[in-house]
Design a binder for this molecule. Structure first.
Ligand SMILES: Cc1cc2nc3c(=O)[nH]c(=O)nc-3n(C[C@H](O)[C@H](O)[C@H](O)COP(=O)(O)O)c2cc1C
Length: 256
């Protein structure tokens, strides 16, 4: 059994290579809280060197009965001390990961990277996945090591974040006149932050977790960031994952 959270498909692609019993965290967070399996895995992206808040919330409310609990963190550029922070978080809520590893993938963070460039880079995902798959088959006990430099990267990141204006994130997206009211943003958002009004999409910042699923999925590039983007015309989705899979994974429209 493998739980995953994804905005642009990297984590879903990896989860699919490792186990066939896939469970979307964006869906499971509203359902059962007890899970039983011989091995249980979690796959999610790294946001600011940490697990996304939705994944932390899911771990907090869930109980796992398993011989082997593992975590795979996908990241695009710098994992910082993500493995250590995840381990510390797990321990703070009484969970213990037997295995934590990281996988370098395309980086979907628009302010820092041009998605056209990311799509061209070969980050050797399949080789990394194969090694991790072998580890998990053998139930290897391992936590990816973290250096002092990794910890400092995170400290510096937190200092930069603390200096950002308070309203940066409440105002981070804007929807342009290019919006054709297709509603894809309402379907890929794992937090139900979009509504349609007069065939135009409206974004509610209160629930936004900044996963960027909406902005990457918009077929008109009509969702833009209010902070500079490396390439406002380039968007990303893992080449092996369809938009239907992202919708199926994240859609909250049937939830009251
Ligand atoms: C809000 C946000 C923050 C991110 N922070 C980091 C980070 O700290 N380090 C990093 O290497 N990649 C970071 N990334 C890139 C993602 O972790 C990476 O592209 C991941 O594979 C995306 O997974 P997904 O396709 O399953 O959503 C960030 C992406 C987003 C959207």
């Amino acid at each position: 059994m493998i739980f995953f959270f994804t905005a642009t498909g990297n984590s879903l692609y990896i989860a699919k290579q490792i186990d066939s019993e896939l469970v979307s965290i964006a869906q499971a967070i509203h359902k059962n809280t007890e899970y039983q399996a011989e091995k249980i895995g979690i796959v999610c992206p790294v946001y600011g060197h940490e697990m996304p808040q939705i994944v932390k919330d899911f771990l907090k409310k869930s109980q796992f009965e398993t011989d082997y609990l593992y975590l795979i963190l996908t990241y695009g550029n710098r994992h910082g001390d993500a493995a250590e922070l995840a381990q510390q978080f797990a321990e703070s809520i009484g969970l213990h990961f037997d295995y934590i590893n990281i996988i370098l993938t395309a980086d979907n963070f628009l302010p820092a990277f041009d998605m056209n460039e990311q799509k061209q880079l070969d980050k050797n995902e399949d080789k990394q996945i194969a090694a991790i798959k072998e580890d998990i088959e053998k139930k290897r006990i391992y936590i990816s090591p973290v250096t002092e430099t990794d910890r400092n990267i995170h400290k510096q990141y937190l200092q930069r974040m603390a200096k950002m204006p308070k309203d940066t994130f409440s105002n981070i997206y804007r929807i342009t006149n290019e919006c054709i009211g297709c509603g894809i943003c309402t379907k890929v958002c794992p937090e139900k932050c979009f509504t349609m009004e007069n065939q135009k999409s409206t974004w509610n910042s209160d629930c936004c977790i900044m996963c960027m699923a909406c902005i990457h999925a918009c077929p008109m590039t009509a969702i833009q960031m209010n902070i500079p983007e490396k390439n406002p015309h380039a968007r990303y989705r893992n080449a092996n994952i369809s938009i239907c899979e992202i919708i199926k994974t994240n859609c909250q429209l049937n939830r009251s």
